[in-house]
Ligand binder design. Structure first.
Ligand code: SAM
Length: 179
């Protein structure tokens, strides 16, 4: 799967924790990887560390059990700084979630062609004009397998955009299926 843009990694880790939990609970048995991409190198450095303020992440609705299972409290080197937690090694070191710096306005490497099942592209389209929206979607669509999914943000839309129409079928609630 691809989480692009991923900013500081919260979305990417949430997807990875959700999938790992399905495997650990023996609901499904599959291998997966979630790759987070963003243009901001500083955000990617943060994402790679997988360290977050406990108070901020614990408000992630419905994720309490996953956070308990896949994060560890760590010491904050700043005296009187906020409590911190780190995404567990099972997710980070086993490379269930990985990160890279990438400008999504440029084509993705050819090794990613028809490679991913699901792309999460949330909260970027909303900032783009029609031309850049088309460029982004053209780049992302090359990586998605036939019948794979593109999931965008709740306040974003691809309806009315020619590139969306050419490559995707709208299946409802921000989800588009690759033709
Ligand atoms: C509002 S955040 C969305 C992050 C995440 N998808 C979410 O919903 O939490 C927008 C991100 O888009 C990234 N971004 C902006 N232009 C980009 C580009 N051309 N290529 C890759 N990332 C870009 C920014 O660095 C920022 O991290």
């Amino acid at each position: 799967m691809l989480s692009a843009p991923c900013s500081t990694g919260e979305e990417t880790y949430s997807i990875a924790m959700f999938l790992q939990n399905l495997v650990d609970c023996k609901i499904f048995n599959f291998d997966f990887k979630v790759l987070g991409l963003d243009i901001d190198a500083e955000a990617i450095r943060h994402a790679n560390k997988g360290i977050y303020e406990t108070e901020k992440v614990k408000n992630a609705n419905g994720f309490e059990r996953l956070l308990e299972r896949y994060t560890t409290p760590i010491m904050n080197p700043i005296k009187n700084g906020p409590e911190l937690c780190q995404i567990s090694e099972k997710i980070r070191k086993e490379k269930k979630a990985m990160f890279g710096v990438k400008n999504l306005m440029e084509p993705l490497p050819s090794r990613f062609k028809d490679y991913v099942d699901v792309v999460f592209c949330k909260n970027l389209i909303i900032y783009l004009n029609e031309k850049n929206k088309s460029r982004l979607i053209e780049n992302l669509q090359t990586t998605i397998k036939k019948d794979g999914l593109l999931i965008i943000g709740a306040s974003e839309s691809g309806i009315g955009n020619a590139v969306f129409k050419e490559h995707f079928e709208y299946t409802g609630v921000s989800v588009y299926m690759k033709k």
